[in-house]
Design a protein around this ligand. Structure first.
Ligand SMILES: [Zn+2]
Ligand SMILES: [Zn+2]
Length: 316
């Protein structure tokens, strides 16, 4: 009897230990980043030409971006898909799209298979994009203009189904308002939206080029695959910091960026969880269904160079 009781207690201990192990291993970060060996492609999705209010014709714009070492480029002329057939892509992937501008806050239609007519109700536009017009929608430069409020937070909260927002827009450096929109990004992320953060030039002329870009993990160089990778969040936004490695293991994220000098980890409503000096960081999230539903990492380099990683959602 004595041996049997001891065995029973030992079995109970094993079961409890196993349950503990299961619940611990079930918690992890839902990271969009994949196999670290997949190459990174550099590109800008927001580019104007003489087909709208840009200063140079499309071929001159392509020549400039190709000369800067870009891998992909999208023309985003206002309410017009620029036809790139017959142009020399100079080795870059050209992604079809436009900037839907009339009647409401500006947005990018990335990977457009067909043009979507601007509608004052931006939900109608988003639904058409998701419903067969191809690609995905990005809400643009939310903090542009004297109001610092080109796209109101209430609009960003109400709209459903847009894949991303511009958290950095280069041309706003030359205009009024703020080029950065991480304030709205964190509030949108904290209220149930899964939205990726993009950085774009919004170039209208040469001085606006090479300010902000997206680094996309994509094994192949064709437009459909680059668009699919961005829609899945396999990219980071940058104004100069180059990220070398992003790994997750359970609730821990490791980031290496040789030209970074420090990092910040943010969570719901922008709260800063950690400030880390150096060119490598490791952080373990502590889940809290009310206060830590995601984490995201910002990397700071020399001068104003920065990189923004995509949010990693805490799996319950
Ligand atoms: Zn715009
Ligand atoms: Zn624009």
């Amino acid at each position: 009897m004595k041996t049997g009781k001891a065995l029973g207690l030992f079995t109970a201990f094993l079961v409890l230990a196993a349950m503990g192990a299961v619940s611990a291993s079930a918690q992890s970060l839902d990271s969009p980043y994949g196999d670290p060996s997949v190459p990174w492609l550099r590109g800008n999705l927001h580019t104007h030409s003489t087909n709208s209010d840009g200063r140079q014709p499309p071929q001159a714009v392509i020549d400039d971006y190709a000369g800067r070492g870009y891998d992909f480029l999208m023309f985003s002329d206002h309410d017009k898909i620029t036809d790139t057939a017959g142009l020399d892509a100079k080795g870059m992937v050209l992604i079809p799209g436009d900037e839907i501008s009339a009647k409401g806050p500006h947005m990018l239609h990335v990977g457009a298979k067909e043009r979507v007519e601007p509608d004052a109700d931006r939900q109608v536009v988003i639904d058409k994009i998701n419903g067969g017009a191809g690609g995905f929608a990005i809400m643009n430069h939310p903090n542009w203009q004297d109001s610092y409020n080109h796209c109101d937070l209430a609009v960003l909260q109400k709209l459903q189904g847009y894949a991303g927002m511009e958290i950095f827009n280069g041309v706003v450096l030359f205009l009024t308002g703020s080029e950065v929109a991480t304030d709205k990004w964190d509030r949108v992320l904290s209220t149930g939206h899964r939205v990726w953060g993009f950085a774009n030039d919004d170039s209208h002329d040469v001085p606006h080029r090479g300010i902000a870009w997206n680094m996309v993990q994509c094994a192949t160089r064709n437009a459909d695959d680059v668009v699919a990778a961005m829609k899945a969040g396999r990219f980071y936004a940058s104004t100069g910091v180059k990220v070398d490695e992003i790994r997750t293991d359970g609730l821990t994220v490791t980031v290496k960026a040789a030209n970074a000098q420090s990092f910040r980890v943010h969570t719901d409503f922008g709260r800063t969880l950690a400030r880390i000096e150096g060119s490598e960081m490791k952080f373990t999230a502590v889940p809290d269904p009310k206060k830590c539903t995601y984490i995201r990492v910002e990397c700071f380099g020399a001068g104003e160079a920065e990189a923004w990683l995509q949010p990693m959602f805490v799996k319950p």
